[in-house]
Design a protein around this ligand. Sequence first.
Ligand SMILES: C[S@@+](CC[C@H](N)C(=O)[O-])C[C@H]1O[C@@H](n2cnc3c(N)ncnc32)[C@H](O)[C@@H]1O
Length: 272
Amino acid sequence: MPTGPRPGHGYVHGYSGREAERLHDQARTLAGLLHRDTGYPPGSRVLEAGCGVGAQTVILARKSPGAEITSVDVSVPSLEEARERVRAGPGNVSFLQADIHSLPFRDGTFDHVFVCFVLEHLPDPVRALGCLRRVLRPEGTITVIEGDHGSAFFYPDSAAARKAIGCLIELQREKGGNALIGREIFPLLSAAGYRGVSVSPRMVYVDAGHPELVEGFTKKTFTAMVEGVRDEVLGRGLMDAAGFGQGIRDLYRTCEPDGTFCYTFFKGTGVR
Ligand SMILES: C[S@@+](CC[C@H](N)C(=O)[O-])C[C@H]1O[C@@H](n2cnc3c(N)ncnc32)[C@H](O)[C@@H]1O
């Protein structure tokens, strides 16, 4: 059985234990912001495409305990971890190794599709959205959530921090992805043939008045993500160690009592 992509190959964040923890921190911290309006009726069939280590799956399962959720990913190790994570949940999730581009389901199998932080890694997101549309029944819905690293701004501002973020955007672009995809959700869903497309921007604003966001978002989600590509940035000579280190220190500096940090996610929905 194929085991999915090799760790770190073709996927800018890789499959390390630290990255898995980062995905869980991200999902926990953002659950209210991203999922306040995510819910599927009892009996509905839901496909979660690109479930990874199950960080969103546990939230979907808990919020829609009567829905039948099928979660797929190309990475077998990630699926194994996801299975462990949802074990204590309502028991409404089944897992399967599958590629979004060749899903082993008949046309119209699902009432709803959910895809989060996956399109940003794919070379042809319209094609992927078309493959997901095929397995939706007529009038079924898709929900897409993506970030956009161009939406990050912070105080104190820092050229080194902006340059370090730019390196992550560049590495992801070279691997065929798009870290600026959030702003394109409306045109992408429309181009893939979905009707009634609607996009809702969700801004995370962090200051010392929200210590849980300072820890969970600025430090453990965003800065950890940028820090995670350090070796590749230095190896490729995109920045030198001193410059990149300064950029990371400046991102942590925004976590001080006088610092602030902003980032916007985009949640789009459409109908088959
Ligand atoms: C950033 S992770 C997001 C995981 C999860 N949705 C979350 O929000 O925590 C992206 C996931 O997409 C998966 N993936 C990438 N390309 C895929 C494809 N063509 N088909 C299925 N899964 C894919 C990766 O293996 C990885 O687990």
